[in-house]
Write a protein that binds this ligand. Structure first.
Ligand code: 5GP
Length: 116
């Protein structure tokens, strides 16, 4: 059987490669981005392999609710009381480079608008 190559995030989930994990439960994992774009730059990913936002199905609706609840928990723990930015890049034009659904959580400085 030909196995598709694991994404870098699947390798982090499987602990094949290290990451600075800040939260983990049965459904998701959060860890520091390797190339932070803000003082706080955490990636939150579902453990389920979903390539992008466009691959979500109705059965993933409870999972999405869970991810958002973990965002709220994490930003409190990270001390982002003054606000933060949540970003999901989708597809090539959206700037997505890793095809495993992820939320970027940026904080620790004021964010500019519009994004590049
Ligand atoms: P995207 O461009 O797909 O929205 O975001 C992918 C993110 O994953 C980038 O911000 C990039 O810095 C981060 N990233 C890529 N490879 C690794 C890695 O091996 N470890 C960690 N912690 N982050 C990574």
């Amino acid at each position: 059987m030909i196995m598709a190559e694991k994404t870098i995030f699947k390798r982090i989930i499987d602990k094949d490669i290290p990451a600075k994990i800040v939260y983990e439960d049965d459904l998701c994992l959060a860890f520091d981005d390797a190339h932070p774009q803000a003082p706080v730059h955490v990636l939150l990913i579902p453990k389920k392999e979903i390539a992008s936002l466009n691959q979500l199905t109705e059965e993933d609706t409870p999972l999405l609710g869970h991810l958002y609840s973990i965002v709220r928990k994490l930003v409190k723990e990270l001390g982002l009381d003054n606000g933060y930015r949540l970003v999901v890049n989708c597809g090539d034009d959206g700037g997505q480079t890793v095809y495993h659904l992820h939320f970027h959580i940026f904080g620790g400085r004021p964010m500019s608008w519009p994004p590049g």
